[in-house]
Design a protein around this ligand. Structure first.
Ligand code: E4P
Length: 225
């Protein structure tokens, strides 16, 4: 078993279930926008995730408050949602960076998020974040987002950081492919991108051809008669 973590970037239970059935999914990330997209009251959307996930699957819930006290209060509540494998997702604002340090002191797991530069990610790692959500696609609006995150992988390795990159904000398979190749330890992918990675039409065409040839020769659809 490798250490790579595949996280699904949605709060839609049916999409999570579909990915979970086909792929080996280690958890789910949300953000405020993702929660609103469920169309459910926030408490219900979060409760449904808590109910759905296995204890070994990770849940990352983002804080909404933007001041230190508010972030800490929400982070403590997030940590109490489940006995383990639950992380407060905290944007790397100045207040957020302070909160990440405080969470480390209190033993609350964190995912530093809304990361637009390898430097901010590195500092969040130094503050004690467990995971770093670098926003790959959004970073592409300001330069070469993929390369910036590849740099981050090197920075974390060179400095022996214990924080884990959880690359986020993916819009296509190519971005995911390049970061896996560069050694990203975890990706959070929207369900459509995760499923597109295993959705090449050639596979089904090949299977249909094998089935047709087999049926023609042996007049059945199974290996053994
Ligand atoms: C997940 O942790 C992030 O919030 C998410 O990937 C951001 O994605 P977006 O850039 O599509 O909003």
């Amino acid at each position: 078993m490798d250490d790579f973590e595949l996280i699904i970037d949605t709060a839609d239970i049916e999409s999570i279930r579909k990915c979970d059935e086909i792929l080996d999914v280690q958890g789910v990330t949300t953000n405020p926008t993702i929660i609103t997209k469920t169309g459910k009251p926030a408490e219900q959307a979060i409760g449904d995730l808590v109910e759905y996930l296995r204890p070994d699957q990770k849940l990352f819930v983002q804080v909404v408050a933007t001041d230190l006290d508010g972030i800490m209060s929400e982070a403590r509540r997030i940590a109490r949602l489940r006995p383990e494998n639950t992380y407060a997702k905290i944007p790397v604002t100045h207040a957020g960076l302070r909160a990440i340090k405080q969470c480390r002191r209190e033993g609350i797991g964190t995912l530093a998020t809304a990361i637009y530069s390898s430097d901010a990610a590195f500092m969040a790692a130094h503050n004690g974040a467990d995971y770093l959500a670098a926003y790959v696609n959004r970073m592409c609006n300001y330069g070469d987002g993929v390369q910036d995150v590849v740099d981050l992988i090197d920075m974390l390795a060179i400095q022996g950081s214990r924080s884990k990159l959880l690359a986020a904000s993916f819009k296509n398979v190519d971005q995911a492919h390049k970061l896996i190749l560069a050694g990203a330890q975890a990706l959070t992918l929207p369900p459509d991108v995760a499923l597109a990675m295993v959705g090449h039409p050639g596979t089904q065409i090949a299977v249909d051809e094998f089935s047709a040839n087999w049926r023609k020769a042996y007049d059945r659809d199974t290996l053994f008669g």
